[in-house]
Design a protein around this ligand. Structure first.
Ligand SMILES: Cc1ncc(COP(=O)(O)O)c(C=O)c1O
Length: 472
């Protein structure tokens, strides 16, 4: 082992043991070189190795920060595959969660909304003024489906950096990822059809499927590597499935990421059974280490992958601007969009096109990635400190949420009722399944700005879980 590998190994052990805590700034390169008697280059090599491994993150002009999770605490429990398709019935609780999200007096861990200060609001407002000044007709014109060409050209350019050959002519602007996923579901499925989803799955998508009268088969997703491909093949062999719905990059709520090899295998399986996939890539840019993971689309040769995304988690939720690359379903998607929403907002498309052209976009992403990574690690640590013994956590590799498994017997719907009386919200696990799974799970939002209120909120939540009988 080289000297720098030895130092990296020692530091990695300290991170795993919690001696160096997530979020903490590590000794500067110079000080470490002095302390250890190693050269500055050796220390830099060690830190960079740890950065590649996702255990440290560098912040320009500020130094290296500790990332890293206690791996021994990773969730082990997998979803049960539903043997038969079930009708989807989401809980009324969801409405309550959304209503509560507007109450500023609450400590919000419930919705996966990023704190307003994490968005480039000043730059977007400035660009908006420029667009309105340079083309005042923006306000008085439609930018009908498929949408503004420059906006679609920018998306195409970005996709090409991720290994996807998608022309601007193959992309449509949408009102957020929500419209994109809804269009994709409506074009591939009709009421009564069966969809296969990874489990757990984002409740918004479950709700969209419920609204279309679809039945679902849930397939377990591994906390680190995503959907169980063997199980998927078993199900596709047995059932006539209209679409597979999943988030290969940083699923909400698991934060798992499929490897390129698994993505390639998945696409091959889908092609074998002639089933399209709807991928929601909304968190793809918020990776905690390494490089931007490829979307499934990068492995699609048959046009059967429908990629949906938006800028709600990276630039602005208020612009309501997203996109869809629907492959061979383009004509049907366009027809459906023209007869439903017709278009995304003209101003939003133009502003976003300008922003994607600017250097600010990548700069903003860099600080958002670091922020979400540090906060996910910090929150994981607090959860393990304050929540009941035997609590387990996902080890998200990207995105902005943490998935938590409490000991069996703790009903997180009951916990929610108690927590809201103490002004704290979170998402109970049961919202993430159509088959009533995850009663003892919950999802926490890490896209927050740390404060004493957050710190106290996590402590209080843990105390409620420890000190109350929460059997449903
Ligand atoms: C996985 C996932 N998809 C879609 C959305 C909604 O995205 P948009 O605001 O682009 O409609 C969210 C928002 O929380 C989400 O978490």
């Amino acid at each position: 082992m080289n000297k720098f590998e030895q130092l990296a190994d020692e530091l990695a052990e300290q991170i795993h043991k919690g001696i160096l805590a997530p979020g903490e700034r590590i000794t500067s390169v110079r000080a470490m070189a002095r302390e250890t008697g190693l050269s500055i280059n050796t220390v830099i090599n060690a830190y960079e190795l740890l950065e590649r491994k996702g255990l440290l993150a560098s912040r320009p002009q500020s130094g290296f920060y500790v990332l890293g999770y206690p791996y021994a605490k990773q969730i082990q429990t997998l979803a049960e595959t539903s043997v038969i398709p079930v009708d989807i019935k989401t809980l009324d609780l969801l409405g309550l969660l959304i209503d509560n999200s507007k109450d500023e007096s609450l400590v919000h861990f419930g919705t996966a909304y990023l704190a307003p200060s994490l968005y480039p609001t000043t730059q977007i407002n400035q660009l908006t003024r420029h667009v309105l000044r340079d083309s005042p007709e923006t306000i008085s014109s439609y930018e009908l489906s498929p949408g503004n060409f420059e906006y679609r050209r920018q998306i195409s350019r970005q996709l090409s950096h991720m290994g996807c050959k998608v022309l601007p002519e193959e992309i449509l602007a949408t009102n957020g990822a929500t419209e994109a996923v809804s269009l994709a579901l409506r074009v591939t499925c009709k009421p009564g059809d069966i969809v296969v989803t990874e489990s757990p799955l984002f409740f918004g998508t479950l709700q969209a499927m419920e609204g279309l009268g679809l039945s679902v088969i849930e397939i377990p997703s591994y906390p680190s590597t995503g959907i169980d491909l063997e199980m998927l093949e078993v199900v596709l062999k047995k059932h006539k499935v209209s679409a597979v719905v999943l988030m290969p990059n940083f699923s909400n709520p698991l934060g798992s990421a499929m490897s390129d090899t698994d993505k390639e295998t998945l696409v091959a399986i889908l092609n074998r059974y002639n089933v399209p996939a709807i991928e929601d890539d909304i968190y793809g840019e918020i990776y905690f280490h390494g490089q931007r993971p490829k979307p499934l689309k990068a492995f699609d040769e048959m046009g059967s992958i429908i990629t949906c995304s938006s800028f709600s988690k990276t630039v602005s939720p208020g612009l309501r601007i997203g996109w869809i690359a629907p492959g061979k379903y383009y004509p049907e998607i366009r027809r459906l969009q023209l007869s439903t929403t017709m278009a995304a907002g003209t101003l939003s498309q133009k502003v976003m096109a300008q922003y994607l052209l600017s250097k600010q976009y990548e700069k903003g992403l860099m600080s958002l990635r670091l922020h979400c990574s540090i906060h996910a690690h910090k929150m994981a640590q607090r959860v393990l400190n304050h929540f009941p013994d035997n609590t387990r956590i996902s080890l998200p590799q990207g995105g902005c949420v943490l998935w938590v498994e409490m000991p069996k017997g703790i009903d997180t719907v009951e916990l929610y009722r108690k927590a809201i009386s103490k002004n704290i919200t979170f998402s109970p696990g049961i919202l993430f399944s159509a088959t009533g799974q995850y009663r003892n799970f919950l999802r926490l939002n890490c896209g927050i700005v740390w404060s004493s209120k957050i710190e106290q909120g996590l402590k209080t939540l843990g105390n409620i879980a420890k000190n109350n009988n929460l059997r449903g």
